[in-house]
Design a protein around this ligand. Structure first.
Ligand SMILES: [Zn+2]
Length: 270
């Protein structure tokens, strides 16, 4: 398990399994000749994809960022619950869950299906999500809302926020719409050290070397690209550590301005 101390915070990367993803869709509109180097992609463009929620321990209070697949996708080979158990934590010990965005690989574990009923998977946690992320889901009332969010609302655990908000002295949420309508990043600050968990603002470390290449399925490719540049510039200015959800090999890195040719930014794995 990857972990570090950031000032007074302890940060742990949990592992919820592996899959494969089409690099041609991840780095749209680049071709594999352009994006392929160093990604380990096979000749058809598929590359390894990991699912990696974050656990933050702030003075003994545990915050989880994203909930993985939960009971969905049983073939993924790893389950973050095993990591929590090995840290000595039960579901009841998680006091806050931050949802970066409402895609299945990030919210599948919000709830548990028990005797035909969806229940909050973390019974003592508030679940924090942006209003702009769930507005249309709630309006449509489809299965994502019914199964992953409505049970949290019923139990009084859904905490809907709107825009930038500080949850504690160390944890601030920043809207980074683009991948979805209401994706949010989790900015961490403690004793002068800074880090930012950006959800799917970058699917690969290479997404930050070449911020103009982005997922073809983004809600707004333009907004996604603009936020990738904005966060990269901020990370260069502050020296903050950038953390990704899907990057399997080098998910934590810093960003510098590129000195020559090979992209807009230079990424330095931690
Ligand atoms: Zn994702």
């Amino acid at each position: 398990m990857r972990m570090m101390d950031l000032g007074a915070l302890r940060i742990v990367q949990l592992h919820d399994g592996y899959g494969a993803i089409d690099g041609n869709r991840v780095f749209y509109p680049a071709t594999q000749d352009e994006w392929g180097e160093g990604t380990g992609a096979d000749p058809t463009g598929f590359m390894l994809n990991a699912y990696q929620p974050l656990l933050i321990n702030e003075a003994g209070l545990h915050t989880l960022v994203d909930t993985g697949f939960g009971q969905t996708n049983p073939g993924r080979r790893r389950d973050m619950q095993d990591d929590l158990r090995s840290l000595g934590l039960a579901r009841e010990d998680i006091r806050r869950v931050i949802i970066t965005h409402a895609h299945g690989d990030h919210i599948g574990g919000n709830t548990l299906l028990v005797d035909g009923k969806y229940l909050p998977a973390y019974p003592n946690a508030e679940y924090v999500v942006q209003q702009s992320e769930i507005a249309s889901l709630q309006e449509e009332g489809g299965p994502v809302w019914q199964q992953r969010f409505a049970p949290l609302q019923s139990s009084g655990q859904l905490h809907v926020v709107d825009g930038e908000v500080s949850l504690t002295q160390a944890i601030t949420l920043w809207p980074i719409a683009g991948h979805t309508a209401g994706q949010q990043a989790v900015c961490l600050q403690s004793e002068g050290a800074q880090a930012i968990f950006v959800g799917d603002l970058g699917l690969s470390i290479k997404s930050f070397a070449r911020p103009d290449w982005g997922p073809s399925w983004a809600w707004s490719r333009e907004a996604d690209q603009a936020n990738r540049r904005r966060i990269a510039e901020w990370a260069i200015e502050t020296g903050a550590l950038v953390m990704l959800y899907h990057e399997p090999r080098t998910p934590w890195f810093r960003i510098r301005r590129a000195t020559a040719g090979n992209g807009d930014y230079c990424t330095i794995p931690e």
